[in-house]
Write a protein that binds this ligand. Sequence first.
Ligand SMILES: [Cu+2]
Length: 170
Amino acid sequence: MLTINRKLMLMLVTGLLGLAAVTADAAPGHSGGHGHDNKKGVYDGHAAALGEPGDPKANARVVNINMTDEMRFGPATVMVSRGETIKFVVKNSGQLKHEMTLGTMDELVEHAKVMEKNPEMEHDDPNAVTVDPGKTKTILWKFTKTGTFDYGCLVPGHMQGGMKGKIIVR
Ligand SMILES: [Cu+2]
C-alpha cells in the first residue's frame, strides 16, 4: 500500500514538473519579434533600437568580451562607429552560467523580470547568447544608430550584482 502511494506521489510530482516546463516555454516576452524582418524589410525584432543582426558576409570587427563569476563584463564599455558590424566573441571564464544580452536598459530590466520567473530560460535570439562555463559564443550585430546602449547578464541576480556594460555608438 505504502509503495503504491509513493509511486502515485512520484507520478503526480513528475506531472507537475512537466506542466511547469510547458508554462515556462509559453512565458511572455518571448513570443513574436524574434528577429524577423517585417514587410518593409526593416528589422523590428529584439534590440531594434541598437540596429540589426549582422550580415555574416560583412567585414566585422572582433570585440572580445570576458564574463566572470565576480559579476563583471570585461570590458564594461565598448566604443563603436555607427554602421559598424561587431562580432562579439563572448567567453564565460566563470563556473556559473552567464549570458550577454544587447538592448536598452529598459528592455534589459523588463527582460530580467521575465528571467526571474523562468531562471532556466536560455536565449538564441540574435542579440543574446547564453554561455556555459568555459565556453565561448558569438553575437554578430550591426550598429546603425548613434547613442549609448547597454548589455547585461540576465541570469537572475547577475545584472543587479553589476554584470552590465555600455556600448557607445558614434
Ligand atoms: Cu552572469
